[in-house]
Design a protein around this ligand. Structure first.
Ligand SMILES: [Zn+2]
Length: 501
């Protein structure tokens, strides 16, 4: 295990995890390798440019349309020029009016993008077409109620600023209700602007104590995102769902990748290691069940710590970052976490950026993004395979495990993996049980036929006896001596005599 393999294909220089601008924060593929701060600067600049270009284009089109209108009218009409100029002017002024209308509308939308706390009256929209099942609604309303309650309790401890924070958070959530049609990036922009504004004010209030600010911001994030989760997680305007499916398919297609191919320094034969591996897998799957970005991050961090533990116990020395990434890839491949891309996108868009740019949460999250990027481009070289083998395994024509005797593989597999041997044990117990159940069923069936036969035979016997000894009941004569044959030889009956005296 410890021989230094020069065949290792998966390696990331730690500097590659950092923002490309060299600001020292963690970067992210979703932000084209920049950190959240630099990305927002870039994004806003690009957006501003886009808006200006849109305006220029719109104006150009309108000018062209206008010119076309004027020329078509002047060519088709043979009236004298002075009578013609009147309607033309009228249409032109109308045209201008329309243009300014459009402009102001655009300006307000632009303002909306950049000032999330805009005081637009909250429009109570009836729930969109899909109506979730009552139990889900109840569940989610319980969750949001609890989040609100926790938030209030927390704000009470802050006293005066607490009321202000609550007011602004409320107003922000209401304003987001009007922005359901915005794209995912714009929604993210709104939330990030809100975080930024809030933390700037808090920083001012707490006189630069970023620790206090972070504490408050965690609560603000929890409150806001619990409420917004349903409308902004994997929104229909994004292609998150498509990416989820693609990643899921990709991971399924890579099911044959072994721990050895990835050079993962983890020996699952050691119970503590296999325990950590199972916990890591559970954590990365559980991430999907949380609503608050920071809670999701906590699961990624917990997963990563289990991975570090598995490596440490296997190698009997502290794990290095070089060991961590391939192991994380292995865990992700084994877990195939639900909605992985949606979750990553959601965290990227709606987490408080300070948590992603620094600290252990940020570090582990960046590594997870990196692992997913690796899985997408995993090839023969990074798995130390020949391109032909890689193709055959990917297409399912061959499996690396079945190359030699399958029975031998099974055996070595169960020796190698305690979970596998447990499965074998369970299987044999099950087949034993099945056999016994079969026996019981057969016994019951034969007992049933026996019973039926016995019943038949008893009925038959009774019938036979009845036939052999029919029961005859003779009718009896009315006189007592009716059957007495020698009746007439009897002396005459005594006659009553009367004695005188
Ligand atoms: Zn940066």
């Amino acid at each position: 295990m410890s021989q230094r393999p020069e065949r290792r294909g998966i390696h990331v220089d730690q500097s590659e995890l950092l923002c490309k601008k060299g600001c020292g924060y963690y970067g992210n593929a979703a932000w084209q390798g920049l950190c959240s701060k630099c990305w927002r600067e870039e994004y806003q600049r690009a957006r501003q440019r886009q808006i200006q270009e849109d305006w220029a284009l719109a104006e150009k089109l309108q000018r062209e349309e206008e010119a076309a209108y004027v020329s078509s009218h002047s060519s088709s009409q043979t009236q004298p020029p002075q009578s013609h100029s009147q309607p033309s002017l009228a249409t032109f002024s109308k045209f201008e009016e329309k243009k300014t209308n459009e402009k102001t509308r655009k300006v307000t939308t632009v303002k909306k993008f950049f000032s999330p706390s805009s005081r637009t009256a909250p429009k109570k929209e009836s729930h969109e077409g899909k109506t979730p099942s009552p139990s889900i609604t109840r569940q989610s309303s319980i969750e949001t109620d609890r989040a609100s309650q926790d938030f209030m309790e927390f704000l009470k401890t802050l006293q005066k600023p607490g009321r202000e924070i609550q007011k602004q958070s409320r107003a922000f959530i209401d304003s987001m209700g009007n922005k359901k049609d915005l794209g995912a990036e714009e929604l993210s922009e709104c939330v990030q602007d809100f975080y930024q504004g809030m933390s700037d004010r808090l920083l001012n209030h707490y006189k630069g104590s970023s620790e206090k600010v972070d504490r408050v911001m965690d609560q603000v994030e929890k409150y806001i995102m619990t409420r917004l989760y349903k409308s902004v997680f994997c929104p229909e305007t994004s292609d998150d769902e498509k990416k989820d499916l693609a990643t899921q398919r990709r991971i399924r297609a890579l099911h044959w990748v072994t721990i050895q191919m990835l050079c993962v320094p983890v020996d699952e034969e050691i119970p503590e290691v296999s325990d950590s591996v199972v916990k890591a897998i559970t954590d990365v799957i559980e991430m999907d069940s949380k609503r608050v970005p920071r809670d999701k991050l906590a699961f990624i961090t917990s997963c990563s710590k289990h991975i570090f533990n598995a490596i440490r116990v296997t190698k009997n020395e502290p794990a290095s970052a070089d060991d961590f990434l391939p192991t994380l890839i292995y865990i992700v491949l084994k877990a195939n976490p639900p909605r992985l891309q949606s979750n990553i996108q959601y965290i990227t868009r709606f987490c408080n950026p300070s948590r992603l740019m620094t600290g252990e949460d940020g570090y582990y999250f960046t590594n997870l993004c990196c692992a997913v990027a690796f899985i997408e481009k995993l090839d023969a070289h990074s798995l130390n395979l020949s391109p032909e083998d890689f193709e055959r395994y990917m297409s399912g024509q061959a499996s690396p495990r079945r190359q030699d005797d399958p029975a031998a593989w099974l055996q070595s597999g169960s020796r190698f993996n305690p979970a596998l041997s447990q499965i074998h044990q369970n299987l044999s117990v099950l087949s034993n049980l099945e056999k016994r159940q079969q026996q019981v069923i057969e016994g019951a069936q034969s007992l049933q036929t026996e019973l039926a036969e016995w019943q038949d035979s008893v009925a038959h016997e009774v019938q036979e006896i009845l036939e052999r000894y029919p029961l005859e009941i003779k009718s009896r004569a009315s006189a007592i001596d009716a059957e007495n044959v020698e009746n007439d030889r009897l002396p005459p009956p005594l006659q009553p005599q009367v004695f005188a005296g």
